[in-house]
Write a protein that binds this ligand. Sequence first.
Ligand code: PLP
Length: 417
Amino acid sequence: MHFLTHEHIQTLRAEFGTPVYVYDQKQLETAAREVLAFPNAYGLTARYAMKALPTAAIVQILSGRGLHIDASSGFEAERALLAGVPPERIQISAQELPLNLKGLVERGVLFNACSLEQLEAYGRLFPGREVSVRINPGLGTGHNNRTNTGGPASSFGIWHEHLDRVRALQGQLDLRITRMHTHIGSGGDPQAWKHCARLSLSIAARLPEVVRLNLGGGFKVGRMPDETSANLAEIGNALLDDFRDFAKAHGRELHLEIEPGTYLVARAGAIVANVNDVVDTGDGGYTFAKVDTGMTEFLRPNLYGAQHPISIFPADPRAARDEIDVLIAGHCCESGDMLTPAPGDPEGLAPRRLKRPVIGDSIVIGGAGAYCSGLAASHYNSFPQAPEVLLTPNGDFRLIRRRQTLEQILSNELPGG
Ligand SMILES: *Cc1c(COP(=O)(O)O)cnc(C)c1O
């Protein structure tokens, strides 16, 4: 479930130390091709939701292959600009109105208003301009309120019953709502996508200037061996007729946008770490492998009970090892820093059947491209950020983010009594 050989791991450890993130450029490029081939009736723009993995080199690879960018804050939009993405290829969908929205939009960055307040603020800055609105179509999918991005329990977007208020603002501020957006995280089921698209189209029908419909991201990726990934071609094909029917009924051939984060990067990433210690809690207890990573690089197990493939690579690959049930404990002084929680239950424990761990072994965490380096409890226990390395198509490792130093963590402190 990952792309690293024993030789890769030895090289990574020798050159960069542990813990280290590593990304496979070939898999990034394959995923980019799949996303850009998404079936569509009247044109497609695919955005990379860069919050999944915002490191410049990754943004550049995906942007260079033709993806536009979804930025989730003003800072992220700045980051994409600094990485060289043209402003007109960046759209902001943010919970927090960027303080520098005016400057960003003046440079050409696009804005997707995610609340009535945001729509009004944009309209006051830029009366008469084009804008996108994010609508909560009243339907949610995520399995709990930590992953849900639609429905009545979600704060994302403008509630679909408030369309009259959208139109009132549109009139007052002379806005042109030419784009509409929904991101409910529809997952891997083509029927769920179809249902969401139908709801969104019925809303777009009531916004007569809309010519672009963005259905968001949320394409499921199977990380564990028993999980399957979304089939993009099947999902896209399931939507074609609805777009064609809309064009017949309303005379508008809607340009489709999608904006995956996970799908583009999840499988292309791994974390390599060292087994620092092995302890047990006696008969009827557990065996724990303590590793030099944890919530500081890999918070998803702690947040969601997320399951990732984990394997143990003995320092000596010829060593014979039996398999035992192991819990993998992170390096933070925090009992919840556990890499092997029960599925969907961060408070439960689920020992894994793994090679018996020995101090000095490596562990490799697979499926660690999305929301790992980008979503970590950085600096807890004062651990510096781990480096990031790219495995290039010709098989070389290239450092794309250096390991942080303690001085960098402390650089903004002003000590003294
Ligand atoms: C996070 C996010 C995405 C990407 O979601 P994935 O589940 O990573 O594909 C797309 N659009 C918006 C608005 C988001 O916030």
